[in-house]
Design a binder for this molecule. Structure first.
Ligand code: NDP
Length: 318
């Protein structure tokens, strides 16, 4: 588990803005579990962070000055930007956002990477059908709360697993989940899942891995789909953990288990955006954020993801 002492804040001189560059003021920062993976010096789909250089991630910013024909002062933009209050960057790679569709911070959540992750993982791998039972772990987080609501929109029975009574109440009362389980207080997670899923599990949207997933997969139905989205319970592991050998069960029940990275679907992001923004506008999707205030709170907010500090998408307002 990383600690606050792993982070450092520095003041730097900003360079002059050259042609096709912009000066940005960061407004909202996204903290995401995958950032923990980038702290490992290991080969992965994204390169490791470099010690002494700013962390980079999803940021929503305002253009203060522009030397680019594509952006003007006061435009709202998003992109993979450094954790800096201000920065001078090439305009290429920035995306203009429309704050009349949704508040700017939503472009780091529902209308950004986590929303697309929920949509494509569930719709393209899970392929929900009315009447099926969908279990989602990490259910009250940025991805999980969207997965459950989309599954409900498709007529599924939805069971969420989360780490507090407050989250369980939210899932059932606000998001209309059929059942929700607090994995931290249940005496027997396997029994809780069996009770919540009398017809077994047709789709398991896995955000957490570990023992929670072992318990859900033990209830998996014939022809079920396991959407392997995240394994946050294992991100701080220093050794490969040992668990049940699942292959015989997956084999005999003809189960599909597929991992994915949201960027696999980059060419289809417009499809995701159109669906998610339409459901938001029609009031069919409810969206929650935990907004931590202050640039200096970024490291604590990132670490807080591993303690379950957030309900919905964790955002830091600069
Ligand atoms: P969340 O908003 O869900 O925040 C993380 C949550 O994980 C916490 O609030 C906490 O909730 C839960 N958690 C933390 N530690 C554990 C643990 N040991 N066991 C069980 N639950 C734990 O994050 P996101 O929605 O952004 O991401 C969810 C998952 O999806 C992550 O694993 C992430 O890496 C993955 N992901 C994958 C993507 C892809 O392209 N494949 C893209 C985006 C995200 P609680 O109180 O319930 O414990």
């Amino acid at each position: 588990m990383p600690v606050l002492e792993n982070f450092q804040t520095n003041e730097v001189e900003l360079p002059e803005i050259k042609e096709n560059e912009v000066l940005l003021e960061a407004m909202y920062f996204s903290v995401d579990p995958y950032m923990r993976g980038r702290m490992n010096d290991a080969k992965s789909y994204a390169p490791p962070f470099e010690i002494g250089k700013p962390i980079a991630g999803g940021v929503v910013a305002k253009v203060l000055k522009s030397n680019s024909p594509d952006f003007k002062e006061n435009d709202w933009v998003t992109g993979n930007l450094p954790w800096q209050q201000h920065c001078v960057l090439p305009a290429a790679g920035l995306i203009k956002i429309d704050t009349t569709i949704a508040p700017a911070s939503y472009y780091l959540g529902l209308l950004g990477m986590p929303g697309f992750t929920a949509y494509f993982g569930l719709m393209h791998i899970g392929k929900p059908k009315a009447g099926e039972t969908v279990v989602v772990s990490g259910a009250a987080g940025a991805v999980g709360m969207v997965v459950g609501q989309i599954a409900k929109l498709h007529g599924c029975r939805v069971v969420g697993i989360a780490g507090s009574d407050e989250k369980v109440k939210l899932l059932k009362e606000t998001f209309d989940f059929d059942e929700a389980i607090n994995y931290k207080t249940t005496a027997d997670i396997k029994k809780s899942i069996t009770d919540a899923c009398p017809k077994g599990v047709d789709i398991y949207y896995d955000n957490v891995g570990g023992e929670i997933s072992d318990a859900v997969i033990s209830q998996i139905n014939f022809h079920a789909r396991i959407v392997l989205c995240g394994q946050i319970a294992l991100y701080n592991s220093t050794e490969i953990p040992m668990g049940p050998r699942l292959q015989p069960m997956l084999l005999t029940r003809s189960v599909l288990m597929q991992g994915f990275i949201v960027s696999n679907y980059q060419s289809k992001f417009t499809e995701g955006f159109n669906h998610l923004s339409a459901w938001l506008k029609e009031g069919k999707l409810i969206y929650k954020e935990t907004v931590v205030k202050g640039f200096d709170k970024l490291p604590g907010a990132l670490l807080g993801l591993f303690e379950g500090d957030n309900i919905g998408k964790m955002i830091v307002e600069a």
